[in-house]
Every structure is written in structure tokens, then in C-alpha cells.
Design a protein. Structure first.
Length: 394
């Protein structure tokens, strides 16, 4: 009996030791997997961030090269860029063998129409306001998207409402102090007609009306993209291809109606290599945007977009020689604070993603992240039109 009791005690002790070793092993493997996951996430995070900034910067320089010798209209440039973007997106789609999900062509047609409308009306608005006013106004795109979201029963956190209120106050201050005064930059002289045209109140009002129309198109575009991704699981590259294709077709109609077809042919022959590089960097920029959206969620994508907006404003002020009044400076800083409020949840979002504690269906900033299909080329076309306005006195 005593021997059997000792053996049972030894067996129990061995079992306890074995369980402890097994638990330590599982904890070690779990920690190693978490560490590897975080390392890969940090690497992907940095690649997406640098990819977006580099592609946007490359596009800006290439557009400057295209527009320094010859003016090209918004329909012509949209037609060329979206056509090449569609070809490149199709090529990347075939190379990566992305899964072909069910494609609702009617919805994509409507999406392409509103994306094209957002781009064109935003470009037209720039004829009556400067670039900084336009980019701050476009930062208010969350307002129509939130209104549409509320009509569908969506709810938003209090921080989002605070962010929107501060942003609108900043934009209002900036518009009150708008003088549209520019200094000559890089030997470029600004015609008096441009300043007179931009300084007239009714022209600024017309520009604001077209900007509001653009924001409305952004709201519809964002809601439709969200629906296509969630309901139909359309691949990002496939969606990029079809939307760019429809935008190209709509732009072609505009080229024909405005008589820009000859200018398109001449410009394409003169700058074919530049256009190819421009389109490639733009297409890859869109890929980085969608990878960030699908990999890290809406919040991180919104933060990257905030960085891009800040960089765009600073480049516009420095390169294009904008002279900001005190009210404009105060409004600009207030607007950037309103946008920057979205930075605060970043740490929680990043840690949640690493350890799988946080859902990727983050709706904190989804209203700022949707509608990105056309935003890359739209922003670059806006930069181009700003440069052309200074250089050609249009």
C-alpha cells in the first residue's frame, strides 16, 4: 500500500510538471507568434506609410513637369490618367491573380459617375479659390458622409462630432481671412486678372457651391464603396480598374464636347514617357491606399490621409508662394487640430491589430477613408490646375 501511494504521488508530481512545462511552452509559442506578428505589422505599416507619401510626391513632381510647358484641361488630364490607371490596375490584377468576385456593373457605373463628378467639380472650384481653401473644404467631406450614414442608422463616437465642429470653425476662419495673395515663385508672374477673378465675392461663392456639390458626390461615393466592399466583396484592383475605366469614358465625353481632343493628342505625344510614369505612380499609390484600408482599417488610412493633407498644404504655401493673413493662419491651424484629433485612437488601434483584440471593422474614421478611389488623381489634378493657373494666367 505504501509503495502504491508513493508511485501515485510520483505520477501526480510528474503530471503536474508536464502540465507546467506544456503551459510554459504554449506561452512561449504565443509570445513568439505575437512578436512575429507585431514585427510584420510594423514593417507593413511603415511600407504603406512611405508608399503613400512617396507615390504622391512622385506624382506631384511629374505633374509639374507635364504642366510647365503646356496647359492641359481637366477633362484631358483626367482622360489620360484614368485611362492609363485602368490599364495598369488591370495588369496588376492579372499578375496578382486577385479573386474575381461578383461584379455589380450597374452600381460601379453609378460609382464611376459620382467619382468623376467629384473630381470635375472640385477642379472647377479651384478656378475660383486657392488650393489651401479647396483642401480645407474637402476635409469637410465627413459631414455629408456622416449625414448619409445617420440616415442609414449608423452611429458615430462623440470625438468625431468634436473633430468636425473644430474643423468647420477652422475652415470658416480661413475663408473669412481669404485674400488670395500670392508672391511670384520660380520666376512665374501672376496676372492681375487672376487675382481680380479670385478676389470677387460672387466668384468665391460660386466656387463654394461647386465645392459643396463635390462634397455631396464624395458622400455618395463613400457610401457606395462601403457597400461594394461589404456586400459584394469586390477586389480592390478590380474595383480600381472599373471605376477608372468609367471615369475615363466620362472624361472622353467631356474632351469631345469641349474640343480638347487635339490638345490631348499633342500633349500625349510630347509627354508619353512622363504620362506612363505618372500613371504608374498614381496606380501604385491607389494600391497602397487600399492595402492600408484593408490591412490596418479605416482609422490608420485616415491618419495617413491627414499626413498627406498637411504635407500638401505646406508644399502649397512654400512652393506656390501663398501669403497667409493672421486669420488664415489661425483658421489653418484650427482646421489641422480638428483633423488631428483622429490621431488619438492610433495606439489602441495598432495594438489591437497586433494581438487580434481589435476588430478591423473600425468605423471611427471610415467616413474619411471611403471615397479614396478618385482622391489620389483628384488631388494631383488640383495641384496641376493650381500650377497651370499661376503659370498661364487662366
Amino acid at each position: 500500500m505504501l509503495t502504491e501511494g508513493v508511485e501515485e504521488a510520483h505520477q501526480h508530481s510528474a503530471l503536474v510538471i508536464s502540465l507546467q512545462e506544456s503551459n510554459r511552452c504554449r506561452k512561449s509559442i504565443w509570445w513568439r507568434d505575437c512578436k512575429i506578428a507585431c514585427d510584420h505589422t510594423k514593417r507593413d505599416f511603415l511600407c504603406c506609410f512611405l508608399g503613400i507619401l512617396i507615390t504622391f510626391t512622385a506624382n506631384g513632381f511629374l505633374l509639374e513637369k507635364v504642366t510647365s510647358h503646356r496647359h492641359i484641361g481637366e477633362f484631358s488630364l483626367t482622360f489620360i490618367l484614368c485611362g492609363l490607371n485602368a490599364l495598369i490596375a488591370f495588369g496588376i490584377h492579372r499578375f496578382t491573380r486577385e479573386t474575381n468576385a461578383c461584379t455589380p456593373h450597374l452600381l460601379i457605373f453609378v460609382l464611376g459617375f459620382f467619382a468623376f463628378g467629384s473630381t470635375v467639380t472640385s477642379v472647377i472650384a479651384l478656378r475660383y479659390m486657392n488650393f489651401i481653401t479647396r483642401i480645407l473644404g474637402k476635409s469637410c467631406k465627413a459631414i455629408p458622409i456622416m449625414l448619409i450614414g445617420r440616415s442609414f442608422g449608423k452611429t458615430y463616437k462623440p470625438e468625431k462630432y468634436v473633430s468636425i465642429c473644430i474643423l468647420c470653425i477652422g475652415v470658416a476662419f480661413f475663408l473669412i481671412g481669404t485674400r488670395n495673395t500670392k508672391a511670384p515663385v520660380s520666376g512665374k508672374q501672376v496676372s492681375e486678372s487672376v487675382h481680380c477673378s479670385q478676389a470677387e465675392p460672387h466668384n468665391l461663392l460660386f466656387g463654394m457651391i461647386t465645392l459643396v456639390i463635390s462634397l455631396g458626390c464624395d458622400g455618395v461615393t463613400g457610401a457606395m464603396e462601403d457597400h461594394l466592399f461589404s456586400a459584394y466583396h469586390v477586389g480592390t484592383l478590380r474595383l480600381m480598374y472599373f471605376v477608372n475605366l468609367w471615369k475615363c469614358l466620362f472624361a472622353a465625353v467631356g474632351v469631345i464636347l469641349t474640343g480638347e481632343s487635339v490638345r490631348v493628342h499633342e500633349s500625349f505625344e510630347s509627354f508619353i514617357n512622363t504620362y506612363l510614369l505618372l500613371s504608374a505612380s498614381g496606380a501604385f499609390g491607389q494600391v497602397f491606399v487600399f492595402i492600408t484600408l484593408s490591412r490596418f482599417g479605416a482609422l490608420t488610412t485616415s491618419i495617413f490621409g491627414t499626413c498627406r493633407k498637411v504635407v500638401s498644404v505646406m508644399v502649397s504655401v512654400v512652393y506656390f508662394g501663398h501669403i497667409l493673413s493672421q486669420k488664415q493662419t489661425a483658421g489653418l491651424l484650427t482646421a489641422l487640430v480638428g483633423i488631428g484629433i483622429n490621431w488619438f485612437p492610433l495606439k489602441d488601434h495598432f495594438q489591437g491589430y497586433c494581438f487580434q483584440w481589435y476588430s478591423q471593422n473600425d468605423e471611427i474614421c471610415v467616413e474619411e477613408s471611403v471615397g479614396l478611389l478618385g482622391e489620389l488623381e483628384e488631388t494631383l489634378i488640383i495641384d496641376d490646375m493650381e500650377s497651370s493657373t499661376v503659370g498661364h494666367g487662366l
